[in-house]
Design a binder for this molecule. Structure first.
Ligand code: DGT
Ligand code: CA
Ligand code: CA
Length: 371
């Protein structure tokens, strides 16, 4: 069967989520920051929107430096809220999964998809699936992403990179070598800073040059596994399949309240959608849970939980609803301040099927592979 692999990557993800939740900041440079707390300004930029990037800001840059670069441009500085992006990410991965034969999430904002079977090996149909994924994410979350489609993971990943922001690029098999050849070798999936430095040392600048490099030389400098991967990937012939992620171990949802309160009934009333979402996920995945927890994030941003663990697994909606309210009430009695956000989590999910642990911990944003 023809392999057709897609890569979906959200554009300037954390900063775009902030823009969607607060449209008044659109058009301004936005930086999402991780504050270390040592001084008011110490920490780094997690990501920046394109406006801020145009002015020289990049991920990992010290906040103070980014602020200097943006001094005359009225920057919007936002504190990173991982839980918020994680919640959006989970919803989006659900949308992508609906369109994919297999989904392999490789980061908070990106995933590989196998769409070979559902498009019957036809790249034009696969391209339509890519368009549908983009439209579904835009419709549901108002977020843009970039999608790349090709015959391997390395091709799909580079195609999504090249189509940023908001694009779709389909690289048909016959166009693969021409697409990859001129691109810098350091952009190839799996080439991190270390590998990139070695390639430079041995005079390899482009992916095309890598594809015709001397195999013995590559092996001696980079080891057999990595050399073999690089030679294959540079031709679009890397054959690592899209591998489904491990089964989830929990489902959770957190919502921001319309106003701060410590009244459990008022907070619980705003959790109904979250409760339904968790029930739907349990139902669709045919899972039961053993532990339910109420989560409260207070006006001072401190986070608190109360949980209940049952003797055996359950999936009764009434049990979940009753305990959610009861735990939220306990939580409201025990916390020192009002709730700003509340949430629910079910965990201790029973294993529907035993998946292999060997897949765990695969891939990151710029991992060196094979080393
Ligand atoms: P893109 O894909 O180029 O449009 O921009 P992003 O921001 O989506 O970049 P990506 O896909 O590499 O990273 C996804 C998210 O991961 C990003 O929104 C924030 C976070 N992130 C990326 N690089 C860094 C970093 O160096 N430090 C920290 N703290 N977070 C990072
Ligand atoms: Ca991204
Ligand atoms: Ca990414």
């Amino acid at each position: 069967m023809v392999n057709i692999i897609g890569h979906v990557d959200l554009d300037y993800f954390y900063a775009q989520v902030e823009e969607v939740q607060n449209p008044s900041i659109r058009g301004k440079p936005v930086i999402v920051c991780v504050f270390s707390g040592r001084t008011a300004e110490s920490g780094v930029v997690s990501t920046a929107n394109y406006k801020a990037r145009e002015l020289g800001v990049s991920s990992g840059m010290p906040i103070a430096l980014a602020k200097r670069k943006l001094a005359n441009a009225e920057p919007v500085v936002v504190k990173m809220d991982h839980e918020k992006y994680e919640t959006v990410s989970q919803r989006i991965m659900g949308l992508v999964e609906e369109q994919a034969d297999i989904l392999e999430q490789t980061g908070i904002d990106e995933a590989f998809i196998d769409i070979g079977a559902s498009s019957a090996g036809d790249y034009d149909r696969a391209g339509k699936t890519g368009e549908e994924i983009k439209a579904a994410i835009l419709r549901a979350e108002h977020l843009t992403c970039s999608v790349g489609i090709g015959r391997s993971k390395a091709v799909a990943k580079l195609a999504s990179d090249m189509s940023k922001p908001g694009g779709l690029l389909v690289v048909k098999p016959g166009a693969t070598r021409a697409f990859l050849g001129p691109l810098p070798a350091k952009r190839l999936y799996g080439v991190g800073p270390k590998t990139s430095a070695v390639l430079k040392e041995i005079g390899i600048g482009t992916i095309g040059e890598l594809s015709s490099a001397d195999a013995g030389k590559l092996v001696s400098r980079l080891g057999r596994n990595l050399a073999a991967y690089l030679l294959a990937a540079s031709k679009g012939e890397d054959d690592d399949p899209v591998t489904p992620n491990l089964e989830p171990t929990q489902f959770s949802r957190i919502v921001t309240l319309k106003r701060d309160t410590r009244d459990p009934n008022e907070a619980f009333a705003q959790l109904s959608e979250a409760l339904e979402d968790i029930q739907r996920k349990l139902y669709e995945s045919k899972r039961s849970f053993r532990t339910v927890a109420a989560i409260g994030i207070l006006t001072d941003l401190s986070s608190h939980t109360k949980s209940k663990t049952f003797d055996g697994p359950t999936n009764e909606p009434d049990v979940l609803r009753k305990w959610a309210l009861s735990l939220l009430t306990d939580l409201g009695d025990s916390v020192p301040k009002e709730f700003r956000r509340v949430g629910l989590r079910v965990s201790g999910l029973d294993a529907r099927n035993q998946s292999s642990l060997s897949d765990f911990g695969l891939s990151g944003l710029d991992n060196e592979r094979g080393t």
